[in-house]
Design a protein. Structure first.
Ligand SMILES: CC(C)(COP(=O)([O-])OP(=O)([O-])OC[C@H]1O[C@@H](n2cnc3c(N)ncnc32)[C@H](O)[C@@H]1OP(=O)([O-])[O-])[C@@H](O)C(=O)NCCC(=O)NCCSC(=O)C[C@@](C)(O)CC(=O)[O-]
Ligand SMILES: NC(=O)C1=CN([C@@H]2O[C@H](COP(=O)(O)OP(=O)(O)OC[C@H]3O[C@@H](n4cnc5c(N)ncnc54)[C@H](OP(=O)(O)O)[C@@H]3O)[C@@H](O)[C@H]2O)C=CC1
Length: 439
């Protein structure tokens, strides 16, 4: 099944624009999301009841388990990607991330939302070869043995082959001079379908190692995937007319100018690019975590890709179209799975995937980078105008109120006062709490 066919197959009609969502109670938000996404009563119960990850399951996931560590799970609203609406699960500890993504998605849906594409889910596995005096000769021998190597790799994973995946090709990279002598690295290029693919390709790399040694006469050392998944790219673009960005204080054109200046700063300066990309990962990591995927792998791939030209730069680009629209784009590795790893073990990972209604790992990857682009747009918009603190600190104020000891209705009341006076500090929150409790 192609990605497009799978999408049509899994098509369902969701309206991700839920008015007044922020002002509902947690249970009311859950009910609205369950209704909007057509989830079951069991799906509602999974979230409504504490302990979604039973200790017995957690104990089977990692070692020396003593409990579970919970994070808030929020839902970003308003997303339209390729004409289809999505509710986005985001597991994250940082305030203002979910609000910012939802806000930019609201602006973007006015001009059609996000358009995305992706390459096939091809992962690289590396087989390191040492002890060879003629590295170029070894390269040629390996390329001549390509068919045997690919066939041996594919013999290991019948399930993957039956799903249309498998090892497609090899590459050979030569490092003629290293402190340890010449090193040759063979890459297996494997279509891993709907898996993240690490275990899949690692197994293949270990399987073909004896052939690599026999063909070259060298010694194999490492056999492991590369997290620089530069053949497994997901892309998103968004076009925003100036009018959609205007606020009472900033015209749309002034906003675009500010955002383009902010982007250019990230494009030229690695110190700024690192923070800019952190802002992009603010959107991506919460989706990766919520769907049970390996966020270390995604982070490693993202930053290596950002430095691929030998200079660390922005993962997004922002331009002015000839119609004076702001055009944002993102392209980055996105090795996400719908199967494998914790995606099938963690009940909330499965819940999150059902909420999104994604049919393939490619669709998940594309929606996830769209969230990253939205998040970047939010940060640029805030930074280019009023600064990050007003919007972010107003939401962070609730954290500060909790740290100061506020409970129940006190939390919103103290947070509102901290935000109103632009004085979001724990000692101020303690003063306000003491005053309130005296009354
Ligand atoms: C925070 C906002 C959105 C407020 O912005 P605002 O103008 O106060 O928002 P609003 O009250 O006008 O609401 C607009 C929409 O935002 C959403 N929204 C608004 N508030 C909520 C809320 N409480 N709960 C849920 N959704 C919320 C919601 O979608 C709402 O529309 P509605 O659906 O209501 O019609 C804005 O100031 C913003 O986008 N700021 C940027 C925040 C941000 O980037 N946070 C990330 C943390 S900072 C960081 O780590 C990264 C950084 C910044 O360093 C990266 C970089 O440097 O590039
Ligand atoms: N450097 C890194 O990033 C590393 C990461 N990891 C970890 O590896 C895990 C991910 O590995 P991964 O290989 O995805 O997981 P799994 O090995 O758990 O799952 C992949 C397997 O699932 C089966 N499968 C069933 N349906 C599908 C489908 N539709 N598409 C593809 N495969 C399907 C396949 O065969 P079959 O049924 O025969 O198994 C496939 O080999 C993560 O937990 C990650 O943290 C591990 C090592 C290193």
């Amino acid at each position: 099944m192609t990605t497009a066919e799978a999408r049509a197959d899994g098509a369902r009609s969701v309206n991700s624009r839920i008015e007044n969502y922020r002002n509902l109670s947690c249970l009311e938000r859950l009910d609205q999301a369950v209704a909007a996404a057509g989830l079951s009563a069991a799906d509602r119960a999974l979230l409504a009841t504490p302990g979604a990850l039973p200790l017995m399951l957690a104990n089977g996931m990692i070692e020396n388990v003593v409990g579970t560590f919970e994070l808030p799970l929020g839902i970003a609203t308003n997303f339209t990607v390729n004409g289809k609406d999505y509710l986005i699960p985001m597991a994250v500890e940082e305030p203002s991330v979910v609000a910012a993504a939802s806000y930019m998605a609201r602006i973007a849906r006015g001009s059609g939302g996000f358009l995305t594409s992706s390459s096939l889910p091809i992962m690289r596995a590396q087989v390191q070869l040492i002890g060879i005096s003629d590295p170029e000769g070894a390269r040629h021998k390996l390329l001549s043995a390509r068919d045997e190597i690919v066939a041996a790799a594919n013999a290991r994973d019948k399930v993957l082959i039956s799903l249309g995946g498998g090892c497609r090709d090899i590459e050979v990279h030569v490092f003629p001079q290293t402190p340890r002598g010449p090193i040759v690295v063979m890459h297996l290029l494997v279509d891993v379908r709907d898996a993240m693919g690490a275990n899949t390709v690692n197994t293949m790399a270990e399987t073909v190692a004896p052939i690599v040694e026999r063909v070259t006469g060298g010694t194999v050392r490492l056999r492991i995937l590369s997290n620089l998944a530069d053949l497994r790219l997901a892309r998103a673009t968004v076009r925003i007319p100036a009018a959609a960005l205007a606020t009472p204080d900033y015209s749309g054109q002034r906003m675009i100018d500010g955002m383009l200046d902010a982007y250019t700063f990230a494009a030229i300066d690695p110190y700024r690019a690192t923070t800019h990309n952190k802002g992009i990962m603010n959107g991506i990591d919460p989706v990766v975590v919520a769907t049970g995927n390996d966020w270390r792998a995604i982070e490693a791939g993202a930053h290596a890709y950002a430095a691929r030209g030998g200079r660390y730069t922005s993962l997004t680009t922002w331009e002015l179209s000839k119609d004076d629209e702001l055009v944002g784009s993102i392209e980055m590795p996105m090795a996400l799975g719908l199967v494998g790893g914790a995606t099938k073990t963690h009940p909330l990972a499965q819940w999150s995937l059902r909420l999104m209604g994604v049919a393939t790992a490619q669709e998940l990857a594309e929606v996830t980078v769209a969230v990253g682009l939205a998040q970047n747009m939010a940060a640029l918009r805030a930074l280019a105008t009023e600064g990050i603190q007003r919007g972010h600190m107003a939401l962070h104020a609730r954290n500060i109120a909790i740290v100061a000891g506020a409970e129940g209705a006190e939390i919103e009341a103290i947070a509102a006062e901290l935000a109103r006076t632009h004085d979001v500090r724990v000692d101020r929150a303690r003063e306000l709490l003491a005053e309130r409790r005296k009354i």
